[in-house]
Design a protein. Sequence first.
Length: 506
Amino acid sequence: MILNYKYSFLSFCFGLLFFYGHAQILDLPLSKANTQLYNGNIHAFGLSTQDKKTKLFIYKLNLSLTKTDSLVIDLGKSTAENFLQLTSDTLHGFLNVYVQKKDVSNGGANGKKTVSIFRLNSFFKLITTTEDVDIARLNSISAFENEIFYNKADVYTIRSVDDTSGKQFYLNKYSLKSELKNFEYSNKWQFPFERKNINSAHIVYADNLIVMLFVNVISGGKKGQWLLKINTISGLLLRATKLNDKGDNSFFTCGKTLYDTALKQIYVQGQKFTEAEFSQKENKVNLCGKPFVTIYLAEVDSAGDLLSKEEFKISVTEVKSVTNKIPVNYIIRTNDLVKTNMGEILIEADIFRGLIGDMCYTYCNSNNLKLVQAEDKYTLEKTAITVNPLIEKYYLNKDKLDMNGKLCLDSISNFEKLYYRPITFNVKVGYKVDDANNPIWILKKTDTKKNMQNYSFLSPVKKIYALSSIKEINKTESPDIIYLNRKQFIITQTLNERFLLQLYNW
């Protein structure tokens, strides 16, 4: 393959930057294109066919969509139409671009589907090209593990095996064999959990010394929620910390964890339920019509001792026009957990509501919660849980199969996973408060019947909240939205043989 480096002042002919309304647009003559946010920059990449040869173009852009570097790779005699949409990731601290042909054999041995990998480092240097990698071997570690957590060159996975005696959980550690080939791993150790009564295990933190897990034991003498700390070198259990007090059958969800590297202590935050509200023994929930929800904050020191555990009640304010007098219940998913220099704990919470007998929860609002420290305790600034009717108006429809903003359970036994499993069709893209402390949202919804993707603002207009459409794009144009920060976001789409990146301020 032939490599050509072209800097931004030489590559103007490959793209045009202009303004349209309040959006700044970069127009690149690329097809099968995509983007990746990596190392503080935007990377746009796609294909262009010239003289019956296809080339891969990779552009490094700053957050103003100005080109700062570029790379061109010759893919040989072909046309861009012979390739699938390009994809990428940032595994192990690299920018990995994946190029695959539509042809089933793709030139690979034995008719296997193969892909080529182009790997760049943080200095925008192509460090390796790996061709004809069997799709089955691409990131193969994800094919048989329940949960994966990456920390530099190490990978931690949780695997569960069902047999006649119950469910057995294992924590496995793998290490990357080589940065210059397809990512493959060597197994370092395996930590088997105690065999009995574990319902779930979730990796919450890892560094060079420890890996921490949130574990739910559903019955027996050790029933409750635990924080496990395991040595990353030996794979041995260092400490197990129980969140429940002795005799307390309350349930603590794994919302979010925050590791204070200076104090060497971890904060665990989530929602709390009494045994009457959620019984794992009977596999029942009784949450509807409650006047408040309860969240908790626990602090665990470096030795694994529980320093404190505090609970905070948030009142529920019902909106009659939304609930229609049907009792509802709420779950609070923590989207972000931050500790300020003043010692305050800031929680960005996403609120989901559910109806009696419904196995799905729908996104209905977001809220900023603030825990202020006074002496040795935290207090929650006054707030309330409520439905935002404009959010529900935005995405609700009569289609029972519509999954916009929904978190669904296949069984109550998996209830705790609602708090950390990914949302397939997430409605909230961005959320913040403006200078006047008014909440503002960037929202998105997928209309599967019309095959359209919509992006909208929810913000105050002349002191009255209103929904305003930003852009609606046919899904055949591969639309995507990239949240950059609390000031900017990008919407991308392919249009014929052009790739448009539209930068918005909000």
